[in-house]
Design a protein around this ligand. Structure first.
Ligand SMILES: CC/C=C\CC(=O)SCCNC(=O)CCNC(=O)[C@H](O)C(C)(C)COP(=O)(O)OP(=O)(O)OC[C@H]1O[C@@H](n2cnc3c(N)ncnc32)[C@H](O)[C@@H]1OP(=O)(O)O
Length: 720
């Protein structure tokens, strides 16, 4: 809806009203059409201001309407009517002007933004393009290079940057609506000839061809198969090469392809899934809206290895006081330097002074955490060591301090049992580098209090993370699903694939790195240590031939054999690939590994066969998805959205494919089930390939869309 009033005698004030973000729903569009008509027809009105209710101009088109039978007036003619008006129309931008919201403002003759406002055309992140004239007006207003940047990245700009770019005419420090009304009064009698952006010529840069070739190359590289960024470049190119109306036709044509695409569906699903996971609930009924977090003013990090350093940086950047504890003097000195460097670089990037530097105090004594509100333990991944730390923390910390562990797989309940107050213990599983990666798994056990979960979730949000609450099990959600995925990749090597082939298939699917390049980056020794701890590793050099079965299950010792040779990946310059020197990042095919693999196959009587990309994808991805269904069945994740967000934000799953569970729905659950059954028959000694009963049940109930899985899961749980 839109409210109409006349203010200051001659200004028609139109206020968009659709909380929380004044999205342009059918009712709002109708409201704008009606109120603009009223203002233009009112002889007392000499100029018009459009603003939004509750301090936000407009969050764009109503995304919930996409995929439905859209009704109501369309945006394009509505915006044209505003631009064509014979009375000046001023947009008063507070909060956000995004997508269709900014396009509406671009149709106005003037734009005034509050200094704290943010503006952008983020449609690309929803698999779309700004199709309400955004791709045609913005380059005419601010030039092709700047428009290409904003439209292809979807980034939001501050009011200051918007002013510098020429997107807005003025920035207001106080009431934007008051400033806009005053301004509207002052321009009431002025000619509008030079204020209609669609009439501007689009400036043609001298390096036109190189500019567009470069832009196309850049989006193709970074988009990893996403089609919207490519369409955005094409639409801006049309602005620069065609008259306005023809450019609008091209914009419409490109949008038509995107609008119904699977990628747009996947990306819009991710938008809502990201918001859904913040509304967490636990199997015991505790929920986000009934559990109050406790404020955290001072936090501590124990252990300043790579993870601890990143966590300390992320904490300090929130502005809170941080105590960083490391018992080894040398490590403490190195950490101090590294953390300061990270904070300084971070502040420089954001054009700030590194105030967070002074928020951190360092100590080698665990007693230093006595007065903090929350501790994050990030010591070496060893249960005995972590148990000891938790016992100490329980004795040292003031009553009520939340104790969190950054373990990536160990039993959070077991650690909680070492403390006097297990209800205060939760996992906070960060991803490396912890100050950069957006994902945080908040792991609760049966004893964790709702307040502890709420506090960790809120702290995660404050640290800029996308936090997902999950139950406690080996590897939680992300790493638990990764295990069968990696295992399949190893098996594929045994059967005839190469690391290059497997990685190419996964990278073409959209992962930034295939499984072997990723393993080289994170270090082969990490998994080796875990497998050793689990008693899976048999020494190959001693027996000459470690077996390929463990407790009746197929096992590939390939990773163990490489580790025995000291091939730990990038850090040693050798892994599944070879590198120019230790620490170098460019993976090159390694003839040594290829002959090693051939010898290995010969030793085990394995005959290499031809493996294609489809088999790589089906085996690696469907087995991971199958484990996702088990996780839902076990109640470790509350819904498919939680799993998908974990994979998109923590494991490089291509966002335009919506996350593994959404992808399963796109492929068709019956197909996933059939292929798992097929591979299970071919590999009866791989239990992970056994389709999970939830998957069978979903297929049996007609493969409902992903947003209806929770009903089936609920039914399943109530029957257990
Ligand atoms: C012809 C086509 C022309 C144009 C196409 C478009 O305009 S596409 C839409 C482009 N706009 C966007 O992508 C903006 C999306 N929204 C945001 O980025 C943020 O919501 C925003 C506006 C910066 C506010 O952020 P904040 O953190 O304050 O709130 P939150 O994100 O949690 O959102 C609050 C609730 O509002 C819902 N919501 C937000 N934007 C939209 C929208 N455009 N359409 C529908 N719903 C929207 C969001 O889902 C939240 O809902 P809730 O039920 O409370 O979880």
């Amino acid at each position: 809806m839109a409210q109409y009033t006349r203010v200051s005698g001659s200004v028609g004030l139109i206020t968009l009203q659709n909380p929380p973000v004044n999205a342009l729903s059918a009712a709002v569009r109708q409201g704008i059409v009606d109120t603009v008509k009223r203002a233009l027809g009112d002889p007392k009105v000499k100029s018009v201001v459009i603003c939004g209710q509750n301090g936000i101009f407009c969050g764009g088109a109503d995304i919930k309407e996409f995929g439905t039978n859209m009704s109501g007036p369309p945006l394009v003619p509505m915006i044209h009517a505003i631009e064509a008006a014979n009375k000046p129309v001023v947009a008063a931008i507070e909060g956000s002007a995004l997508g269709g919201g900014l396009e509406l403002a671009l149709g106005c003759h003037y734009r005034i933004a509050h200094s704290k406002a943010r503006l952008g055309l983020p449609e690309v992140s929803l698999g779309l393009l700004p199709a309400a004239g955004g791709t045609q007006r913005l380059p005419r207003l601010i030039g092709v290079p700047a428009a290409l940047d904003l439209i292809t990245t979807g980034r939001h700009v501050t009011a200051a940057e918007a002013l510098q770019l020429g997107v807005v005419d003025r920035v207001a420090e106080h009431s934007t609506v008051d400033a806009a009304v005053k301004f509207a009064l002052s321009v009431a009698a002025k000619s509008l000839d030079a204020r209609r952006i669609s009439t501007y010529p689009c400036p043609r840069p001298s390096d036109f061809d190189a500019l567009f070739e470069g832009a196309m190359q850049k989006v193709r590289q970074s988009a990893r198969g996403a089609i919207a960024p490519v369409a955005c470049v094409q639409a801006v190119r049309a602005a620069a090469t065609r008259p306005y109306l023809q450019g609008m036709e091209r914009e419409k044509e490109l949008m038509a392809t995107l609008f119904t695409s699977g990628q747009a569906r996947a990306l819009q699903y991710c938008f809502f899934a990201q918001r859904a996971v913040s509304k967490w609930n636990m199997p015991n009924g505790a929920r986000w809206d009934t559990s109050k977090p406790r404020p955290v003013h001072k936090a501590a990090v124990i252990g300043l290895g790579t993870m601890g350093r990143g966590i300390a940086v992320a904490l300090a950047q929130t502005g809170m006081s941080v105590v960083a504890v490391e018992t080894q003097e040398k490590q403490l000195m190195e950490a101090k330097q590294a953390v300061s460097g990270m904070l300084e670089r971070g502040a420089k990037r954001r054009g700030l002074t590194p105030a967070a530097l002074h928020k951190i105090s360092y100590s080698h004594d665990i007693q230093a955490v006595a007065d903090v509100d929350l501790v994050i333990e990030a010591v070496f991944e060893d249960m005995a060591l972590k148990k000891k730390v938790f016992q100490q923390l329980s004795a040292v910390c003031k009553p009520g301090t939340f104790l969190c562990t950054n373990t990536s797989a160990l039993d959070v309940d077991h650690l909680a049992s070492q403390t006097r107050n297990p209800e205060l213990v939760v996992g906070m599983h960060f991803f490396a580098p912890a100050h950069v990666m957006k994902l945080l798994e908040v792991v609760y056990g049966p004893q964790s209090s709702p307040q502890a979960v709420a506090t960790a979730m809120q702290l995660g949000k404050k640290m800029g993370k996308v936090s997902v609450a999950v139950g406690n099990c080996r590897g939680f959600v992300g790493n638990r699903m990764l295990k069968p995925y990696i295992e399949q990749a190893f098996f594929l090597l045994e059967e005839g694939a190469t690391p290059e082939l497997v990685d190419r298939a996964l990278e073409e699917f959209g992962f930034p790195m295939g499984v072997f390049r990723m393993s080289d980056l994170s270090g082969l020794d990490v998994g080796w240590r875990v497998r050793k701890g689990d008693g899976l590793v048999e020494s190959g050099s001693a027996s000459g031939q470690p077996t390929r079965l463990r407790e009746g299950r197929r096992y590939s010792p390939l990773g163990d054999l490489l580790c025995e040779q000291g091939r730990f990946g990038q850090k040693t310059g050798r892994g599944w690939y070879q590198y120019d020197k230790p620490g170098s990042r460019v993976a090159r095919s390694d003839p040594w590994f290829h002959s090693f693999l051939e010898e290995y196959r010969a030793r085990h009587g394995l005959v290499a066969r031809r493996i294609d990309h489809q088999e790589v994808l089906e085996r690696c991805l469907y087995v991971l998805i199958n484990e996702g269904f088990r996780i839902l069945e076990d109640g470790i994740a509350a819904g498919p959205e939680d799993i998908d967000i974990i994979y998109v934000f923590g494991y490089g799953w291509p966002r335009h494919r919506g996350g593994p569970m959404f992808y399963a729905g796109m492929v068709g659950l019956a197909t996933v089930l059939e292929r798992l059954e097929h591979y299970r028959q071919a590999h009866p000694d791989v239990p992970y390939l056994q389709p999970c009963s939830l998957l069978r049940r979903l297929v049996a109930s007609g493969s409902p869309p992903v947003h209806r899985w929770r009903e089936v899961i609920k039914k399943l749980h109530s029957q257990l």
